[in-house]
Design a protein around this ligand. Structure first.
Ligand code: FAD
Length: 520
């Protein structure tokens, strides 16, 4: 059958491989790392006594599980045989340095009652906000999320028409913070809902109020936890892909997408067993210079199509240097990055949940540091994720696996070692204040991920977590399409292209891209 090549085994690459295999293609996935999943991977710290802390390396919040489930169904499998997850009653716990504590409940009425009791904010304000979020989502979903923005058919149908009529409600012209300040009296609630801008690496003081659709995912569709950790999303989908005959080639970095006229004919890769002769390419010495290659080897058939899951900036700059470079798109400001401390903590804290936030006392200044000064603020908002709350075997008995994420600026060559050392102290100080213990003395294992290592491990331009930022109202139009305008059998998927970053949108990118592809 026809051969399809996928570059990168990030979540969008794996989903694309599954969809292509279901369409009858023979699929090869080439992955630079020794493991699949890209940002959605997992690792362990082993204590001296042999006990283990397990960490999910990247994503910790799971929304829209139906997009994962759909892949098993598409392949005629029973999803529950591969992948199980639960809906969370409690979305997140919020801590402020002044002692305010608020729990965001999945149940709207319970959350509204909490907001009234703790902050004195009328519960109707919250309910109205969540309704508005649902309404905005309904308008944008069909227009932006499930289809290519880059085909006329998207703009010429009834859903689109409904979208245009509702555009004023989308809040394209005001900022998220502006809308939230009009909605809520209490600045803490404004801060809480401003935080959703960070779900795609944006700045609530710049990003349009349209992004107030994000709470809809968490509060209306729901927040979930995969029973075997976030890594089980990657692992279960890789198992499914392998069952469908997809071949994963690890430690294999693609170095070039080879084109002839308007088509991709193959790729070249360095790494295990491939050499420079490439996939789908002639081994004739005139075509490629391969020491030791068979000079008269028969020319393999060109590949039928190629899907690249590599960050789109690097895909153009490194794999397609001779193609037309869509400069306007490639030069858009990037979303924020992250600084993550993974700590094995030798104690349990009943007051902490699966997701806990410790807010900065000055949110506006924090974002000013992130997006204008390219530095980390010394009173950062801290996100703490503890999977051992739901999956006790992720930490030794009586202990917890802490994943601590700070929003961080993009990698522009800052002195990260100095920044990390300072941030570590700031985090320990703030957590110790809020928890009433010396947190520093409880850390028994530690590792760090920073914008540099995010960039080097997943080829993300400047270590951005979600590709371009959404800080301007045209951002949705300035993400690259899921297909190439120059090469008819080349497709783009993943967090740096349409419709955006985060697991759900990456999964949708794979759907949109492969929907263009005819069955093999
Ligand atoms: P990536 O994960 O970026 O992987 C790309 C893969 O392609 C990598 O494995 C890379 O090695 C490989 N590759 C690249 N170039 C080549 C090449 N030339 N040859 C071979 N292989 C190549 N999302 C959420 O939904 N919820 C969250 O809570 C959340 N939190 C996050 C926290 C952190 C710390 C991070 C880093 C991300 C978070 N995200 C979250 C975002 C989410 O992880 C990403 O949007 C998503 O995983 C990106 O998937 P992707 O398909 O774009 O591929």
């Amino acid at each position: 059958s026809k051969n399809a090549v996928v570059i990168g085994a990030g979540i969008a690459g794996i989903a694309s491989a599954i969809r292509l295999a279901v369409k009858g293609y023979s699929v090869d996935v080439y992955e630079a790392n020794a493991y699949p999943g890209g940002k959605l991977s997992s690792f362990e710290h082993t204590r001296a006594d042999g006990n283990v802390y397990r960490f999910d390396a990247g994503p910790s919040l799971f929304t829209m599980p139906h997009l994962v489930v759909e892949l098993f169904r598409l392949a005629g499998r029973n999803p529950a045989d591969y992948f199980q997850y639960v809906r969370l009653d409690e979305t997140c716990r919020y801590f402020w340095d002044d002692g305010t504590r608020l729990t965001a409940w999945a149940d709207h009425d319970r959350f509204a009652a909490e907001v009234e009791t703790v902050l004195g904010e009328p519960g109707e304000h919250l309910l109205a906000h969540l309704n508005d979020s649902a309404l905005k989502y309904g308008v944008t979903e069909k227009l932006f999320l499930h289809r290519s923005l880059h085909k006329a058919s998207t703009w010429l149908n009834r859903d689109a028409l409904r979208g245009y009529l509702n555009l004023p409600k989308l809040g394209v012209f005001g900022t998220m913070n502006g809308a939230n300040e009009r909605r809520f009296r209490h600045p803490k609630l404004v801060q809480l809902f401003n935080r959703y801008a960070t779900y795609n690496g944006s700045d609530p003081y710049q990003t349009p109020a349209t992004l107030n659709i994000i709470p809809h995912l968490e509060y209306n569709i729901g927040a979930f936890f995969p029973k075997d950790g976030m890594i089980s999303i990657t692992n279960s989908l890789v198992s499914l892909a392998e069952e469908l005959g997809v071949r994963f080639h690890y430690n294999t970095r693609v170095t070039e997408i080879v084109t002839e006229g308007k088509r991709v004919v193959g790729v070249r890769a360095e790494g295990m067993g491939l050499g420079a002769e490439g996939i789908g390419l002639s081994a004739e010495p005139s075509a490629v210079n391969t020491p030791g290659a068979e000079p008269h080897a028969p020319r393999p058939a060109p590949i039928a199509l190629c899907v690249t899951n590599m960050d789109v900036v690097n895909a153009f700059r490194k794999l397609l240097p001779n193609a037309k470079q869509p400069e306007r798109i490639l030069r858009q400001p990037k979303s924020s990055s992250g600084l993550i401390f993974y700590w094995g903590i030798k104690r349990e804290f009943a007051q902490l949940g699966l997701h806990t936030i410790f807010f900065s006392n000055d949110y506006r200044t924090e974002f000013d540091y992130l997006f204008r000064r390219n530095e980390l603020y010394d009173d950062p908002t801290i996100y703490l994720n503890i999977t051992s709350k739901h999956k006790p075997d992720d930490a030794p008995p009586g202990c917890e696996n802490w994943f601590i994420l700070l929003n961080a600026p993009n990698n522009t060559g800052q002195d990260w070692d100095a920044i990390i050392a300072r941030a570590r102290q700031d985090v320990i100080r703030k957590l110790s204040h809020n928890l009433g213990v010396d947190v520093g003395s409880l850390i028994e294992t530690e590792s760090v991920l920073d914008p540099r290592t995010i960039e080097s491990r997943t080829s993300s331009s400047q270590g951005a977590l979600y590709g371009n930022s959404s800080n301007n109202r045209f951002a949705a139009f300035l993400r690259h399409a899921n297909f190439s305008r120059e090469f008819e059998n080349l497709y783009f998927v993943g967090g740096s292209v349409h419709p955006g970053g985060g697991i759900p949108l990456c999964l949708l990118s794979a759907k949109i891209a492969t929907d263009f592809v005819q069955g093999a």
